[in-house]
Structures are given as structure tokens and as C-alpha cells.
Design a protein around this ligand. Structure first.
Ligand code: BGC
Length: 324
């Protein structure tokens, strides 16, 4: 009995010693890393960038540009986002960042009153908020940096007007119907084609800003409306997914495909004639310019509230050239 007790105590003492040593080693490590990256004493300002979705390639480019400007100007930049696109989660992050008292917030605009209220809350606390990629004009955001999304949608219309003949039955694959920039792109597209009776929108389906979602949406569109002979994708991964979806349901069908953005895979598909044209946005530039605008806002108001970054149509000739 006594021996058993001694044995148990010895084991407990050994376990305690091991975990104590481990705590010292790992505790020191994490403390070290934290103090290395979070020592705000060394930074002029601390900004937060709130993206639509963490691992989206397009948002990682925005982050890249923003981090570049931050590094050049002695700014600490924190990149946060919902794991998967989710407005409620994004709004919760925005609220948290307002309470965290950062010096500025750069955030994707989200439709609805809650966003407007949160921007107002930031304003009352003298915390400047800039929208990026998607604007919410009726909020008190200090500026918007990004594409003129209505114009970008018009460009998608222009490609179809100029490069097709005969009746065009258009299937639209859009990121998320509740995203303001997607709504603006679709509105711009419809406006561009409105005087061209041969081109009409047949149906619209969501991709949930994923490649697989875009493939499924395309499959469903063509199954339901076999007359579709033009596809337009309005967010960055839609074009890639549309090519897959079309390959699944109608591999030999001639469909005029217009996509959005210039992610490497999209450019490859243009090179191989799978995508006819894409509407280029410059996310790195958006990230970079948003941080520059936020720095200016720390001192005074910005004269220009709308900072539009470049948007253009790219097709095969352009995609072979130098593309940022
Ligand atoms: C849009 C972003 C969206 C992304 C999704 C881009 O075209 O501008 O709002 O998050 O596509 O991949």
C-alpha cells in the first residue's frame, strides 16, 4: 500500500516536472514571438484590414499590397476575415476592431443598417474607416478605395457587344447576391446591354465566391437553360469554375466566356482559349492605396472620397503580356 503511494507520488512529481519544463520552453517561445510581432511601441499606427474571406487569393493580393505600404511607412497592419464569406461574421469582426481601438480600419463594405451603424460608431470615436473593394456610399466611411464596380460591369457588357454576333443568351455566375459590388456589376452589365436586343440575361446563379460553387452554378444554368451561349462570371474564381462546369455539361458547346479578375489560373485559361475576356482589377494596388489613404486620414480629411483603381478588359493578346 505504502509502496503504491510512493509510486503514484513519484509519477505525479515526474509529470509535473516535465510539464513545468515544457511550459517554460513553449511559454517563452510564444511570448517571444508575440513581443516580436505585437510591440506596437515601434509602430506609428496600428491599422486593421478586414477581408471578405481569409484564404481567398484575391484578398491575399489586397493584403500583400496593404502590407507593402504598411512596411514602408512603419505601420502595424492586422489582416482579419471570416474563414468563409459571411456578413454577420465580418460585422462582428468590425465591431471587435472598433472596440480594440486601432487607429484605422479598412474593410469590405457590407449591405445593410448594421454596417452603417458600426461605421457611425467608429466615427463617433474618431476612428477612421475606409471601405475597400466594395463601397457603401450611404455610410459615414471616410473614403472608398477600389474598382468602380458599376463601370466594371459595363465593361463586361462591352466585351459581349463587341465580340459576339447574333442572339446571346447570357448566364451570369455571381459571387454572392447580397454583396454590393456584385449587385453593382450586374446592374452595370444590364445597363450596357439594354439597347442591344440580341443580348439578354437568361438567369443568374451564385457561386459563393468558390471555384466549385461556380462550376455547380454553371452546370445548373446550362441544364436549366440549354440555350445559354454566353457566360459572365462576376467574382474572381467564377471564370475558373465556369470552365469546369461547362466542360462537365457541354464540353463541345461554343460559349462566349467573360470572367472577372486576373488570378494566374484565369490568365492561363485565356491563353488556352477557354476564357474569352476578363475584367481586370488590381487588388494589390487597392491594398497599397488604402493604407496610404488611411495614413493621410490620421492627419486630415481626404479631399477625394472615392479612389478608383484601374479596371480594364483583358483578352488573349493582353494576357500574354506583362500583367501585374
Ligand atoms: C471581388 C471580391 C470577391 C472576390 C472573390 C472579386 O472579384 O471584387 O469582392 O471577394 O472576387 O473571389
Amino acid at each position: 500500500m505504502r509502496n503504491t503511494k510512493v509510486f503514484i507520488y513519484t509519477i505525479a512529481a515526474v509529470l509535473f516536472l516535465i510539464s513545468f519544463i515544457a511550459m517554460l520552453i513553449y511559454g517563452y517561445k510564444s511570448f517571444y514571438i508575440e513581443s516580436d510581432t505585437n510591440d506596437s511601441q515601434d509602430y506609428k499606427y496600428h491599422f486593421a484590414l478586414i477581408a471578405e474571406e481569409t484564404e481567398n487569393d484575391y484578398w491575399r493580393l489586397i493584403e500583400k499590397g496593404a502590407k507593402k505600404a504598411a512596411a514602408e511607412n512603419g505601420i502595424q497592419l492586422e489582416y482579419v476575415a471570416p474563414q468563409k464569406a459571411d456578413n454577420n461574421e465580418l460585422l462582428r469582426l468590425l465591431d471587435t476592431m472598433i472596440s480594440a481601438k486601432v487607429d484605422g480600419i479598412i474593410v469590405q463594405g457590407v449591405e445593410g443598417k448594421r454596417f452603417v451603424d458600426l461605421v457611425h460608431k467608429g466615427n463617433e470615436r474618431q476612428l477612421p474607416i475606409i471601405t475597400i473593394d466594395t463601397d457603401v456610399k450611404n455610410s459615414e466611411r471616410k473614403a472608398y478605395v477600389g474598382t468602380d464596380n458599376h463601370y466594371a460591369g459595363q465593361l463586361a457588357g462591352t466585351t459581349i457587344i463587341n465580340n459576339t454576333t447574333g442572339d446571346q443568351y447570357v448566364g451570369i455566375v455571381t459571387g454572392r447576391l447580397e454583396a454590393v459590388n456584385q449587385q453593382e456589376r450586374i446592374a452595370g452589365f444590364k445597363q450596357a446591354i439594354k439597347d442591344h436586343a440580341r443580348i439578354r440575361v437568361t438567369s443568374i446563379k451564385e457561386s459563393n465566391i468558390t471555384e466549385i460553387g461556380a462550376a455547380q452554378a454553371t452546370y445548373a444554368l446550362l441544364k436549366e437553360y440549354p440555350q445559354i451561349n454566353a457566360l459572365v462570371g462576376t467574382s474572381a474564381l467564377d471564370g475558373i469554375g465556369m470552365v469546369e462546369g461547362l466542360h462537365e455539361i457541354a464540353p463541345n458547346k461554343e460559349v462566349y466566356i467573360t470572367s472577372f479578375d486576373i488570378l494566374p489560373k484565369t490568365l492561363q485559361l485565356i491563353q488556352t482559349d477557354k476564357i474569352d475576356a476578363t475584367i481586370a482589377q488590381y487588388p494589390e494596388e487597392m491594398g497599397y492605396q488604402s493604407v496610404e489613404a488611411m495614413i493621410k486620414l490620421q492627419q486630415k480629411a481626404l479631399p477625394d472620397k472615392q479612389v478608383y483603381t484601374k479596371t480594364e478588359i483583358l483578352n488573349k493578346q493582353d494576357a500574354g503580356g506583362e500583367i501585374r
